[in-house]
Design a protein around this ligand. Structure first.
Ligand code: S3P
Length: 176
């Protein structure tokens, strides 16, 4: 089984993915990090030098590559991955994959993103006071895709134990 974690920027996909990986002993892959390794450039540099469309094409290509692998792993997506190039359909059609939407409130997202806005190409050029409006609208637009995940967990302030307890598919994991 492959566990795919999705959700908005700063929703905790990588942090929770790494903790979950230790907890259930499955390798962890971060799609952004995988893209950076393959392209030998940071995501920010790809956005700057090649543009977002190129990034979305590469994101789709590497997602497909990872989903086609035989191995089992936990994969955290980029915030936009489910929303482009039919990626959510691809994930849903892959029978070995369980997708989990990590829902985080706008208030929490704004506070987290304010701390490292500059490393996030989609918000780096926004003023701090524009952030809340942008995130609220963007999350609303993206929710259509996020909500298609097999499971949804409301993350705000939950411990890893509480999150693990909510993952209904975990008891079946050893059999797949
Ligand atoms: C993006 C989110 C980023 C990264 C890129 C685009 C998005 O990933 O893929 O900057 O469209 O929301 P994180 O969600 O891991 O920050």
């Amino acid at each position: 089984m492959k566990i795919v974690l999705l959700g908005y920027m700063a929703s905790g996909k990588s942090t929770i993915g790494k903790q979950l990986s230790k907890r259930i002993n499955l390798p962890f892959i971060d799609l952004d990090a995988y893209i950076e390794e393959q392209e030998k450039k940071t995501v920010s540099t790809i956005f700057k030098e090649e543009g977002e469309v190129y990034f979305r094409l590469k994101e789709h290509q590497y997602l497909k590559e990872l989903l086609n692998k035989k191995e089992r792993f936990i994969l955290s997506l980029g915030g936009g991955t489910p929303c482009y190039a039919n990626n959510m359909k691809l994930i849903k059609e892959n029978k070995e994959t369980v997708s989990v939407y990590l829902f985080t409130s706008v208030r929490v997202l704004v506070n987290r993103i304010l701390n490292n806005k500059n490393s996030r190409p989609l918000v780096a050029n926004l003023e701090d006071d524009e952030l809340k409006e942008f995130i609220a609208k963007h999350l609303f637009e993206r929710s259509y895709f996020y909500e298609q995940a097999d499971e949804k967990i409301i993350i705000n302030k939950k411990s890893i134990e509480e999150i693990v307890a909510e993952l209904h598919f975990l008891p079946t994991l050893n059999r797949q």
